[in-house]
Every structure is written in structure tokens, then in C-alpha cells.
Design a protein around this ligand. Structure first.
Ligand code: ADP
Ligand code: ADP
Length: 232
């Protein structure tokens, strides 16, 4: 579904040129769950942002479901992103004075989805992350793990086929991190393709495919066959 051919990204500031990605090649198939690891500054976030069409690349070719992303207008790219992609970030990015229901609703309103359909999706997604009974609570009344589950519900409400997660467990203790990982595994079993950047080697090993980015390139790639190791 995703294919990057010799994709590069150069950040040019007045004095410095940074090659965040160099001739980066990767194919992600429908239904995969990939964990991305690598040293700080190696290009992981850049890769994820390009994959999510949040920022342009400076060389090579990126196709998503056969569509050449570089040939799209800004509006076409935004439409494609809304149709296909959901994002989860380390910092949850919930709006503090909106309750959980309203937080999940924001991107659906923005996309012009009608009220009855919004309600159906919000209830279904809050149910899936186990927070339906907390719909009227504010984010600050929840633990970090619960807040991340709301952020996941918000991403799921857009019915994305492709979920991009940047350090989704980076602010969570290990128990909550594992719960979030279990939720991502369930979402993947339900059909979504997931690419997750993480510093947590143990979580990464639970994903069926691991890739490593070093100096803006794919460094290593390991395929773990069969079921993930049992949780410890
Ligand atoms: P990682 O996510 O692996 O920590 P990043 O993708 O954030 O790495 O960064 C890759 C490289 O690109 C780093 O050297 C970083 O400093 C640089 N970089 C990232 N964003 C910018 C930017 N907006 N302007 C200039 N350099 C950037
Ligand atoms: P311009 O000012 O020419 O639009 P941009 O930096 O916006 O320059 O885009 C440079 C190239 O990258 C163009 O081919 C554009 O289509 C592509 N591009 C711009 N934004 C994105 C994005 N978010 N994702 C992928 N490609 C992009």
C-alpha cells in the first residue's frame, strides 16, 4: 500500500543542510504492523511525517495505494490524508476544555460528517477503547494511558486504513504502554495497517515486523514469525 523509492529529505537552513532521509526505500503491505526504531535524530519522525503527507520530501518517489503523492495538489493531498490516514502522537494532543466525546468529534466536524453519523462513530470508537462510560469526562480526569486511548479513538473515528503512531507510549508507564500496544494490536487485527515509531525495544519486538532507521536510511530489518512473545 505504501512504497517509497529513494525518498530523500533535506532540511535547508541558512547555515546548515541536514539530510534527514537519504535514498530511503521501503514497501509496506496492507495489514502490516511495523515498529520503527533507531537512534535519536536518525529520521524516524521525518519518515512518519512524509508517510502521512504532513511534510514534503525533496527527492525520490512516494506512492500510497498506487497514487504518486508528489503529483498531487495540496487539496488532493489533504483529501487523501483524511480518507486514509490516522495519526497518534506521543503527547495525546487532546483539547483540555472539551470532554472525551467532543474531543473525538472535532476531526469529524472538520470533515463535514453529519451529526447522526458522528454520534455512531464516536460511541463505537469510545466503546472500542473501553472509555464509553467516561464520554462526559474531561481529559484531565483521566490517566495518561486513558488519554492516549481517547487519542486513538479520535484517530479511529476517521476510519483510517493506515495508522501512523509517533512514540505513542513515550509518556506512559510500562503497564499503560502495554495496554496501548494491545489496543493497537487489536486495531491491526481489525484490518488497519500500522506503522509505529518507538524507543521501547520490548514493545517493538511485539510487532510482527521491525525496521531500523540509522542516518536517514533503513539499517536493518528483522521479521519475527508467529505470535508475539507473551507479555511480561
Ligand atoms: P528522529 O525522529 O529519528 O529523532 P527526526 O526525523 O526528527 O529524527 O530528525 C532527523 C534529522 O533532521 C535530525 O538531524 C533533525 O535535527 C533534523 N530535522 C528535523 N526536523 C527539522 C527541521 N524542521 N528543520 C531542520 N532540521 C530538522
Ligand atoms: P511548493 O511551494 O512548490 O508547493 P512545497 O515544498 O510545498 O513547494 O512542495 C515541494 C514538492 O513536494 C511538490 O512536488 C509538492 O507537491 C510536494 N509536497 C508538498 N507538500 C507535501 C506533502 N505534505 N507531502 C508530500 N509531498 C508534498
Amino acid at each position: 500500500m505504501l512504497k517509497m523509492n529513494d525518498v530523500s529529505k533535506v532540511y535547508q537552513t541558512e547555515m546548515v543542510q541536514t539530510h534527514a532521509l537519504r535514498d530511503f526505500n521501503l514497501t509496506v503491505d496492507e495489514g502490516e504492523f511495523i515498529a520503527v526504531t533507531g537512534p535519536s535524530g536518525s529520521g524516524k519522525t521525518t519518515f512518519l511525517n512524509i508517510a502521512g503527507m504532513l511534510e514534503p520530501y525533496t527527492g525520490g518517489q512516494y506512492t500510497l495505494d498506487g497514487i504518486d503523492i508528489g503529483s498531487l495538489s495540496d487539496n488532493q493531498r489533504a483529501d487523501l490524508r483524511n480518507q486514509k490516514i490516522g495519526f497518534i502522537f506521543q503527547g495525546f494532543n487532546l483539547i483540555p476544555d472539551l470532554n472525551l466525546y467532543e474531543n473525538v468529534e472535532v476531526p469529524l466536524r472538520y470533515r463535514g460528517i453529519k451529526s447522526a453519523e458522528r454520534k455512531r462513530r464516536i460511541n463505537e470508537c469510545l466503546e472500542q477503547v473501553g472509555l464509553a462510560s467516561r464520554a462526559k469526562h474531561l481529559p484531565q480526569q483521566l490517566s495518561g494511558g486513558q488519554q492516549q486511548r481517547v487519542a486513538i479513538a479520535r484517530a479511529l473515528a476517521g476510519e483510517p486504513r493506515f495508522l501512523l503512531a509517533d512514540e505513542p507510549t513515550g509518556n506512559l508507564d510500562s503497564l499503560m504502554a502495554r495496554q496501548v500496544m494491545e489496543l493497537l494490536e487489536e486495531i491491526n487485527r481489525n484490518g488497519a495497517t500500522i506503522v509505529m515509531v518507538t524507543h521501547d525495544a520490548e514493545l517493538a519486538r511485539r510487532a510482527p515486523r521491525n525496521i531500523q532507521i540509522v542516518d536517514g536510511q533503513l539499517a536493518d530489518f528483522t521479521l519475527y514469525q508467529g505470535a508475539p512473545e507473551p507479555a511480561r
